[in-house]
Design a binder for this molecule. Sequence first.
Ligand SMILES: Cc1cc2nc3c(=O)[nH]c(=O)nc-3n(C[C@H](O)[C@H](O)[C@H](O)COP(=O)(O)OP(=O)(O)OC[C@H]3O[C@@H](n4cnc5c(N)ncnc54)[C@H](O)[C@@H]3O)c2cc1C
Length: 449
Amino acid sequence: MADRLVVIGADAAGMSAATNARRGQPYLEIVALEKGEWTSYSACGIPYLVGGELTSIDDLVARTPQQLREQHRIDVRLHHEVVGVDLTSGQLEVRDRLRQRTITMGFDRLHIATGARPFRPDVPGVDGDDVFGVQTLDDAKVLLERARLTGSQNVVVIGAGYLGLEMAEAFVRRGAKVTLLDAGEQVMRTLDRDVADKLVAPLRGLGVDVRLNVEVEAIDGGQVVTASDTITADLVVLGIGVRPNADIAGQAGIELGPSGAIAVNRRQQTSAEGVYSAGDCAEAFHLVAGHPVHIALGTVANKAGRVAGINIGGGYATFPGVLGTAITKVCEIEVARTGLTEREAITEGFKPVAVTVDTTARAGYLPDPGSMAVKLVAEAGTGRLLGAQILGEGKHVGQAAKRIDTVAVALHAGMGAAELVDADLAYAPPFSSVWDPVQVAARKLTSEL
Ligand SMILES: Cc1cc2nc3c(=O)[nH]c(=O)nc-3n(C[C@H](O)[C@H](O)[C@H](O)COP(=O)(O)OP(=O)(O)OC[C@H]3O[C@@H](n4cnc5c(N)ncnc54)[C@H](O)[C@@H]3O)c2cc1C
């Protein structure tokens, strides 16, 4: 009998692995078990669906089960949830949700790509029908049905992370009155506070009622109760971050890391022989901090999944690690970050030096030059770059994206601030000044250092 690979979870990390394993092993039997209704989809597009820029959930599907079957010979089984893993016998316990029955399935190799789930705070009412976490297309379907049913006039978003901000903006565009609550003193804790504070006025300008330092005490019958207020809510959206779906792995005796995500080496192998993992359920090595972390991003899931698949398919590949490079759009502002923030650098034991420059995105003499704030962080003494945060505003999109990726590559290369000053970056007036904004920041940083 041919070897059987079973993949648990049929999105980014699962299907990247499955298609790459197929390339390496034409005769491998590949079964993908997915508890939801969709495969290979972009959860990242959900806010655009909610906001009305897209009209159908199917717009977010990159590869259907039929395409995966026909083009890659992957036996996709939807509505199949793995509820137990027995490493000794090589058997999975699988709940067939449509037929309401439990079956067992053997595996020779296993890839766990179960993703993450929205964090639910320990608050009375948080598991109610009107409280939604948004992680998968199945979540989006339920959320949209509810929004249509209630008219979603009043929406409360709990948690001002990037996802909370994207969902808040999406519901404003849908015509809702949106209140955004966060227990912390700033929005987007993946940024330093001085950078994040610049996002609050634009959010309020858009119509989002941003309330910081507010703890939710209960969610009860269409109302969100805080210490000082009771807010009406047709629906409540959670944006407090995610936790890895690592329970079935942990229960099977597979090693979890300190973050609670599945521990993997650079070939995406877990502690169990023949068992791989990647994506939001697994850890990744942080290239600046120098230890494993849990960072839930589609970029990481696709790359790490590819590496797992090459190894499962008999090849040799390693995934070096992550920097948490991410970009989002808040109102008309591009918000980008990579590496460590100044605060994170201190927590990680570095002695950081940080500078911020405010400049234009394009040559200042052109119409609509846009504005750009670049915060660069480096290590005192060595000058080694540790991270960057960039806000770009203007009608020319991609300005912050171009810059953050420059710094990300510099971090990959272990460059110092002085080396970034001399890097041969492109220039023409529609794209930047002759000194690119990140190099202006690097020059200032070099003199500070
Ligand atoms: C609204 C939103 C916006 C985002 N925007 C961005 C962005 O702009 N950029 C970016 O890089 N990332 C973004 N992300 C994050 C990105 O979508 C995830 O990092 C990525 O989807 C992770 O892929 P994954 O395959 O690891 O997990 P998932 O996409 O979560 O897939 C896991 C799959 O496993 C299935 N599953 C779970 N448990 C089981 C089980 N026991 N049995 C069977 N199946 C199971 C789930 O149903 C799911 O389909 C966004 C996420 C959201 C929700």
